[in-house]
Write a protein that binds this ligand. Structure first.
Ligand code: BES
Ligand code: MN
Ligand code: ZN
Length: 507
């Protein structure tokens, strides 16, 4: 099955004066309202319709507010949308990205299929990077997961896709160049979203592995480990999680060698890919269990990131490793109390079969370090419900043994709007997972549940390897509607890690 961006809109950049006389025009006003020059121009041409509409609807230019003028006189546009920019002080970080998403959300193809956005501030010039961010936000909002809606459904009948989005800005050439790598980001984020949104009867571990394999088309080298190979490697923790399922387990290893041999050892990104988490014999309650089709959001992010890096030809060596398993209860499932041996030789007492993500990651993390001697390891996982109790859906949890890596990730989070909040690790928390019968146990009790989960992962990190764990249970799926996403899967982490790599790991 193919990627599903049904509402395909072609995006282009043009100068402010480029001819445009159909569809929708979008112009802006800052807090006040202070009209931008394009807004003033359209106001003049319509004999004051814009300022009159603003007055009637008490539009002040507040961020996110807007006024619609339908069938304006004196111009050929079918509709003019006046959008508030807020205050110049708000124009930091992901502001232009979100504005692009919000504007895209106000557009449809009903007025003729084209939209012309006159992107500018009331005072001072907009940078090419900001224009590219705006375009990225618009393209990210331009995503729907509707492949399972039959052709005659209501939404399909009423669909009038926007065909053309033209961003008019001061330096369209520079904006076009700044946007070039962002096309890859759109593809990467949408791949991650597609994978998260896909139901678990379709996206089995083998099906996910096949989608990973397809990244070869983009220049990623992909190998898939079979259960037999994993058994030989000693991946007893990962295999124990998958042993209750009819669907075989897989590990996908995706290498992008954009910096060549001279680029040295890679950065490793590891993802939890539990394609469905029933809890196993420690079965989850029925209510909301359907959400556990998204328990592979970490792995989806890794796949999306690898696609983005390859498509934009990032000058970095990176390896993505994802553990793909299904956690099912059955006669062959692991039991509470079982003891298994991980690839590292560490023995694990399985107190709760629902604490499966950490077992999958344990072997993937060890394999990553043994095989690739990475300069840093970052893992992403929908690991604990407790992270949502702590942080809600605004921040993902960040755990790290390295202050510099942690600071870099936090900064990348603020830049992209994929925000992280660091939580502590330490010897007292580590003690929580000591076991009476094995080296460690797979749960550390109710208090600080996200932290003891992170401590478990750290038991599989070699001293001296900079490592960070991102708990994305609250942000990877069902994270709520935003300006740039209305689908269930968010694609969280792709932009964050791409930004981290751009800022610190590219040659
Ligand atoms: N996949 C879940 C965590 C999760 C819960 C993600 C809700 C997204 C939404 C994970 O495998 C899990 O079940 N964790 C347990 C750990 C516990 C048994 C120690 C949890 O959070 O309750
Ligand atoms: Mn679980
Ligand atoms: Zn899980």
């Amino acid at each position: 099955m193919e990627f599903t961006v049904t509402d395909q809109t072609t995006l282009s950049f043009a100068s402010p004066s480029a001819a445009a006389a159909d569809g929708v025009a979008v112009v802006f006003a800052e807090d006040g309202p202070k009209f931008t020059s394009a807004a003033q121009d359209l106001d003049k041409k319509t004999k004051g319709m814009l300022s009159e509409a603003a007055r009637i609807s008490a539009f002040k230019g507040k961020k996110g507010s807007s006024v619609d003028v339908l069938a304006p006189r004196g111009v050929k546009f079918a509709r003019i949308v006046l959008v508030g920019l807020g205050k110049p002080a708000d124009y930091a970080n992901d502001a232009w990205l979100n504005l692009g998403g919000a504007v895209r959300g106000k557009l449809s193809g009903r007025e003729g299929g084209a939209a012309h956005v006159y992107l500018e501030k009331a005072k001072g010039e907009l940078s090419a990077e900001d224009a590219a961010s705006f375009a990225l936000g618009a393209q990210l909002r331009n995503y729907k997961f509707d492949k399972y809606k039959s052709k005659n459904s209501e939404t399909e009948k009423n669909a009038t896709p926007l065909k053309k989005l033209v961003v008019h800005c001061a330096d369209p050439g520079a904006a076009r160049r700044a946007f070039a790598p962002e096309r890859a980001i759109v593809d990467g984020v949408n791949l991650a979203r597609d994978l998260v949104n896909e139901p678990a009867n379709v996206l089995t571990p083998a099906a996910f592995a096949a989608r990973a394999k397809a990244l070869a088309k983009a220049g990623v080298q992909v190998t898939i480990l079979s259960e037999a190979q994993m058994k030989r490697l000693g991946m007893g923790a990962l295999l124990a999680v998958g042993q209750g399922s009819e669907n075989t387990s897989h590990v996908a290893v995706m290498q992008w060698k954009g910096a060549g041999v001279r680029g040295g050892d890679p950065i490793a990104i590891v993802g939890k890919g539990v394609t469905f988490d029933t809890g196993g014999i420690s079965l989850k309650p029925a209510a909301g269990m359907e959400d556990m089709k998204g328990d592979m959001a970490g792995a989806a992010c890794v796949a999306g990131l690898m696609l983005a890096l390859a498509e934009r030809k990032a000058k970095v060596n990176a390896v993505g490793i994802i553990g793909l398993v299904e956690n099912m209860p059955s006669g062959t499932a692991q039991r509470p109390g079982d003891v298994v041996e991980a690839m590292s030789g560490t023995t694990i007492e399985v107190l709760n079969t629902d604490a499966e993500g950490r077992m999958v990651l344990a072997d993937c993390l060890w394999y990553a370090q043994e095989k690739f001697k990475p300069v840093a390891v970052i893992n992403l996982a929908t690991l604990t419900g407790a992270i949502m109790v702590a942080l809600g859906k605004e921040h993902a949890g960040l755990f790290s043994n390295d202050d510099e890596l942690s600071a870099r990730l936090t900064a990348a989070g603020l830049e992209t709007g994929e925000k992280l909040w660091r939580l502590p690790l330490g010897p007292k928390y580590d003690k929580l997972i000591d076991s009476k019968v094995a080296d460690i146990k797979n749960t550390g009790g109710r208090w600080g549940g996200s932290i003891s989960a992170a401590q478990f992962l750290q038991r599989f990190i070699k001293p001296g390897t900079p490592w960070a764990h991102l708990d994305i249970a609250g942000t990877g799926m069902a994270s709520g509607d935003t300006d740039i996403n209305r689908s269930w899967g968010s694609g969280f982490g792709v932009r964050l890690l791409d930004r981290l790599i751009r800022d610190h790991y590219e040659r």
